[in-house]
Write a protein that binds this ligand. Structure first.
Ligand SMILES: Nc1ncnc2c1ncn2[C@@H]1O[C@H](COP(=O)(O)OP(=O)(O)OP(=O)(O)O)[C@@H](O)[C@H]1O
Ligand SMILES: [Mg+2]
Length: 284
């Protein structure tokens, strides 16, 4: 775990939101957001486009002021203790913020110098190893794949061991292989004791990574729980809302025959047939 100071909040969650509100002129985006992120856990904030996910992350990173409510990070209030909050966090946005001209290692050393870390080279080599970039470390970032860039971006966010990390859509635009690489890297962070709050529009990402999943909808957290708790909500309308469209997996399961909980009826082929796939109008 990090040794960053937590004068008031040793026992409080790493991230604590109560009644958070925010409007952009006439547009009310957050209408009272309540959320806890326990220390060392991964929480996924799910929501459709424009739900306000980035707005929440920006407020927590002190890039934006809330209109009302409370937001605390690592025991510090974002409104009155901005410097302490910034000293506790790292924010990784959607697009990798790495320098293409430099090598991966040079990027890390540069970040370590900026953050006044002792032994920048040692820190850089350690992070390269942890993110499976040791061999690529001496190559220019311009030659990296999308997944390697994102891993380097994550590694850079870890320089100085911030106890809380915000990841805004960490895998948007990545191919499936690269996403898996990033998921592995994020899981690794949490295993090391880092608290992770990530936003995503991908249910599978939340399923893969998160200890808890919170759904932001119409300005509030409408659902919050573990994956198992959320599954117990099936099949109400809220869950249909987040699924947006059938995935390839849904189609596959419908074709091979599966119940709502995803268990295939291999021993009971008569329960679902291809008839289930016909539209109501086609039924006799
Ligand atoms: N600076 C701004 N000025 C005015 N409106 C804004 C501003 N930033 C965001 N908005 C609006 O606030 C709403 C929430 O935006 P936000 O970026 O927080 O959503 P999001 O959940 O991150 O969406 P996405 O999934 O597309 O990234 C949107 O309707 C957006 O257009
Ligand atoms: Mg966003």
């Amino acid at each position: 775990m990090s040794t960053a100071p937590t004068p008031h909040g040793v026992h409080e969650p790493a991230v604590l939101l109560r009644g958070l509100t925010k409007s952009y002129r006439d547009l009310t985006v957050l209408r009272g957001v309540d959320l806890d992120v326990a220390r060392g856990s991964i929480v996924a904030l799910l929501g459709s486009n424009g739900a306000g996910k980035t707005t929440v992350i920006k407020i927590l990173s002190t890039l934006l002021r809330a209109d009302g409510g409370t937001a605390r990070v690592n025991g510090f209030d974002v409104a009155t203790q901005g410097a302490e909050v910034r000293g506790s966090i790292s924010l990784t946005g959607q697009f990798a913020a790495v320098d293409e001209i430099l090598t991966g290692r040079e990027n890390l050393v540069l970040m370590a110098r900026l953050r006044h870390v002792t032994d920048p080279g040692v820190v850089a080599d350690d992070l390269l190893r942890r993110f499976s970039l040791a061999e690529a470390g001496t190559r220019r970032v311009a030659t990296y794949s999308g997944g390697m860039r994102r891993r380097l971006d994550l590694a850079m966010s870890l320089v100085g061991d911030p106890p809380v990390i915000f990841l805004d859509e960490p895998t948007t635009g990545l191919d499936p292989q690269a996403r898996i690489e990033v998921w592995r890297a994020v899981s690794e962070l949490a295993r090391g004791g880092t608290t992770v709050l990530l936003t995503t529009q991908h249910l599978d990402e939340a399923e893969q990574l998160a200890d808890r999943i919170a759904i932001l909808h119409e300005g509030r957290i409408t659902v919050n729980g573990t994956l198992a708790e959320l599954r117990r909500l099936l099949p109400p309308a809220e869950v249909e809302y987040v699924e947006k469209q059938p995935t390839l997996e849904d189609v596959f399961l419908a074709v091979v025959g599966a119940d709502a909980s995803g268990h295939a009826h291999r021993d009971d082929p008569g329960t679902r047939t291809s008839d289930d796939l016909t539209t109501p109008g086609e039924r006799p």
